[in-house]
Design a protein around this ligand. Sequence first.
Ligand SMILES: O=C(O)CCC(=O)C(=O)O
Length: 269
Amino acid sequence: MNDLNTLSRREVDFFNCHGFLHIPAVYSEGEIEAMTEELDWQIETWANASPGWSGGWRRVYMSEDIEKRSKLVALHDLHRYSRAWCDAVTHPKLAGAMADLIGPNVELHHTTLHAKPPSTGHPFPMHQDWAFYKHRDGRYVDCLIHLDDTDDGNGCIRFLDGSHREGPREHVVNYPDGRPCTPHLPTKDWDLEHTVPVPAKRGDVVVFSIHMIHGSRINTSKDVRRLVRVGYRNPENEQIAGQSHGRPGLMVWGRRPRCEGQTPFATNV
Ligand SMILES: O=C(O)CCC(=O)C(=O)O
C-alpha cells in the first residue's frame, strides 16, 4: 500500500538519509511563466538590493573589490504580493510532497526571494537555516523554487551531504568586536569545497532539512539567478525564535491539531 501523496518511498528515504531532495518539474511551463512574470514585477516594485549577509566570512568568499560590489536582491513573503505566488506556495504537488516528508499536517512558515545579480551576485557561507528560525525539532523543510536553471557558475545550492543528522550547530553571530552579524558557521571549520552541488532546472524544487548545512558560490554568469525559498513545518513543531516567530501560517495540507490549553487565534494577530 502506498500511503504517500506526491513522492515515492525511494525519494522519502533519500531525503531522510541525505537531508535534501531534488524534485524535478514541480511546476508546469505555464505556471512557472506566470510566477516569473509576477516575480519580476515584485523585484521592480517591492524588492530591495542590499550588500546582503554580513560577517567576516565575506572576505573569505570574496576579494576586496567584489565584496564591495556584491549585492543580493531579497523580498519576504511573496505570496502576500501576487496571486501567482499564493498559488505556487499552496500547489498540491509541493504541499503533498511536504506532507510526505514532515506531515501529515503542513503549515506555510515563510517565503523569501534570493536573486543573485550577474557577475558579482552574493554567495552564501555555510550555515543551517535553523539559525534563522529556530524550531524545537526537525519537522521543517525549506524548498528552493527555481526560476532559472542553475549550476556552479551562477551559484547553485550546495549541501554537506547527511549533515542534518547531527541537528542544530552553534553559529557565529558576532564580529570579533561584538557587533552582531548574520549567522554563519565558522569558515575555518566548514568549507564549501566539501559540499555537493545540486544544479537544477527552471520549474524544479530542491528541498532540504532545517538542519542541513549548506551554502552557495558567487554568480559569475552574465544573467541573474532567481530562487525563492519557501519554508514549511509540521504545525506541532513549535518555533522558539527568529524570522516570523509567533506568526501563524496558512495550512497547505491537513489541519492544525489543538494542543492542550491552546486558544484559538485572536483577531489582532
Ligand atoms: O540562494 C542561495 O544560493 C542560497 C540560499 C540559502 O542558503 C538559504 O536560503 O538558506
